[in-house]
Design a protein around this ligand. Sequence first.
Ligand code: APR
Length: 250
Amino acid sequence: MNLIKKAAEDISKAKMGIALTGAGISTESGIPDFRSKDGLWSRYDINEYGHIDSFKKNPAKVWMMLREMISLMNAEPNPAHYALAELEKMGYINAVITQNVDNLHQEAGSKNVIEFHGNFKRVVCTRCGKKKGVDKIDMENLPPMCECGGILKPDGIFFGEAIPRNAYLKSVALATKCDLMLVIGTSASVYPASQLPYLAKGSLTKPKGIVIEINKETTDITGIVSDYIIEGKAGEILPKIVEEIKSITS
Ligand code: APR
């Protein structure tokens, strides 16, 4: 059977579907991912720029990369984000757990979005904890500072930092409970988000869930955790799935 049709049938039969998304869902909005050929980590050394210790050691240097990343995030949602929002509205997707910090799911209309790695559209003061919109700060002189004199940091996490507690607990609960997970545009290689498809898949104490990958290439979980992969661009595949669901349920 055609995999778009199969996914549409699986999604329409699921009692509790959720999605786990990664940077690949936003590449069609013009935001590069991390590990593809032209991804962020091909241009910036992940150890020098991606770890909280590097930020603490040289915040101005890391903010140079962050400023570029944040300016690229001035992008519009693409058809993949809108399709997921529509699946939620139609009652097929209960929540989107995203590793992305670009806010595009929310901008596309998804309501139940779990920010697993935080959100870079906000900053937080490393001294007083005050948060504000990134659009409210001056990025001319780096690192940007809070009125209290503390250094501002994006309200998301670096390697070496814990996943925001509520986001972690909610995601684990959802992945454990769901009977279908769409894993979209993620290499599924970064712990602990990479474990969520395993939870969805099932265990001795949980009935088997269906795990469907949508990715332009295979990943570490393809054929191991995922039941099948629909290879291609998320922005082309997801709208087709929505149309197919509409045609089988009308
Ligand atoms: N459609 C579908 N898949 C795509 C598309 C697209 N248009 N473009 C890219 N992809 C896929 C790539 O094939 C790759 O498997 O998206 C995936 C992106 O993987 P990564 O770059 O590793 O991004 P992600 O999985 O989100 O990374 C996880 O790593 O550095 C950290 O904190 C960062 O949240 C990020 C985490």
